[in-house]
Design a protein around this ligand. Structure first.
Ligand SMILES: Cc1cc2nc3c(=O)[nH]c(=O)nc-3n(C[C@H](O)[C@H](O)[C@H](O)COP(=O)(O)OP(=O)(O)OC[C@H]3O[C@@H](n4cnc5c(N)ncnc54)[C@H](O)[C@@H]3O)c2cc1C
Ligand code: FES
Length: 367
């Protein structure tokens, strides 16, 4: 077989693809995708089972991932991959159903709001239908329920309720005994996401107190105030979970901290990540992907993940925004700047995240 490969150029090329690639799935997948997208190995294929309207701008997509998908705990997120106009786009969404849905029915739910001007969320709303297949990553994130029952306060805003819907359902199913309060801020009653689920939970699970605050229905807007917390019994002893627009989360965090609730009892999940302003002039340099022995030059604030992909490498990745750590890789020398914080690394060997690392001068990476 090997001698045949050496004498026939076309087979030699094929052999190189099969034996030299870091990930053989990268070679086979385009072929398998055409035959049956559920056979693809590089990501987990998930077939859309149903699409449910939640509000005018939010839909829940019920997906059936291939059985090899690893499952999740309530409050975690996944990345999904969709091809839009021939370009693969990766986006992150929270799993909005309880883990029991996956265990019992083999399905998961993603509840997705259209963003004005947003590419993928609008495409998903307008195009994704029952029977379609998208790519899904493994679950990640440490927005997790307490191990033992203890009083909990949730503050949610808009689509920020999605990981909380999963957690509330999981708590009700495990018979969570300690009091749980959800303060849920929406623009109007018509914008409540998961309304049916929330009302059913309130009826069937006595530990839950549900307070929905429609900010834009009165004569003047009703935003979060300290007095909202006065109505939560024993608020200072509660574990707090925040998810929503940055302004709401910052304010909630500030008010809870003023009440003396310690930082390690306040858990937040952000739907967007801050980025630092970087000094473009000092960035870029020669990159050596040492395992593949490829040398390329990057310019400006291009991150190592994009540069590796441009060099035809297929590094593992998920969220592409510094959250899931799936792109973690060993840097063996050189300095990189963190795109989120603007901080520079040391010059020596360390683990970095390819998706948020911008080279500053020559860098060598074990890839
Ligand atoms: C951990 C995590 C969990 C999440 N969970 C959920 C969830 O459960 N449900 C959910 O709905 N969302 C969730 N999100 C947010 C979701 O990931 C984003 O809404 C999504 O990635 C946006 O993708 P997009 O392609 O539609 O927007 P993009 O095209 O990537 O645009 C991003 C932003 O830029 C703006 N923008 C884009 N183009 C223009 C333009 N031409 N002019 C002006 N502005 C523009 C958009 O309005 C948007 O605000 C989560 C995010 C994270 C990080
Ligand atoms: S791809 Fe998720 S942290 Fe880099």
């Amino acid at each position: 077989m090997l001698s045949l490969l050496a004498t026939k150029p076309s087979l030699h090329w094929l052999g190189k693809q099969l034996f030299n690639r870091e990930d053989p799935a990268a070679f086979f997948d385009p072929l398998l995708e055409r035959i049956n997208p559920m056979w693809v190995r590089q990501y987990v294929p998930a077939r859309v089972q149903a699409v449910v309207d939640e509000t005018a701008d939010t839909k829940t997509f019920i997906l059936k991932p291939a059985a090899r998908w690893g499952g999740f705990v309530a409050g975690q997120h996944v990345t999904i991959d969709v091809d839009i106009d021939g370009v693969r786009r990766t986006r992150t969404f929270s799993l909005s159903g309880a883990p029991a849905q996956w265990k019992n029915e083999g399905t998961v739910s993603l509840t997705i709001k259209r963003l004005t001007g947003g590419l993928a969320t609008n495409w998903l709303h307008d195009n994704l239908a029952s029977g379609d297949v998208i790519g899904m990553g493994e679950a990640f994130g440490d927005f997790r329920l307490p191990e033992a029952d203890e009083p909990v306060l949730y503050v949610a805003g808009g689509s920020g309720v999605t990981p909380i819907l999963s957690q509330l359902e999981a708590m009700a199913q495990r018979g969570y005994q300690a009091p749980v309060t959800l303060l849920y801020f929406v623009r109007t009653q018509a914008d409540i996401i998961g309304a049916e689920k929330l009302h059913a939970l309130r009826l069937n699970w006595p530990a839950l107190t549900l307070r929905i605050i429609a900010t834009n229905e009165g004569e003047s807007p009703e935003y979060l105030k300290d007095t909202h917390f006065d109505d939560v019994p024993g608020v200072n002893a509660r574990r707090c979970y925040l998810c929503g627009p940055k302004g709401l989360m910052d304010l909630a965090g500030e008010l809870l901290a003023k009440r003396g609730i310690e930082e390690d009892r306040i858990h937040s999940t952000f739907f967007s990540v801050p980025t630092a302003t970087l000094d473009g002039d000092s960035l870029g340099g020669e990159i050596h992907f040492s395992r593949s022995d490829i040398k390329v030059t990057s310019e400006g604030d291009a991150v190592l993940l994009e540069t590796a992909e441009a060099a035809q490498l297929s590094p593992q990745h998920g969220c592409r925004m510094g959250l899931c750590h799936q792109c973690s890789c060993r840097k063996t020398s050189g300095t990189v700047v963190n795109r989120l914080t603007g901080r520079a690394s040391g010059p020596g060997e360390e683990t970095i995240q390819l998706c948020i690392s911008v080279p500053r001068g020559p860098v060598s990476v074990d890839l």
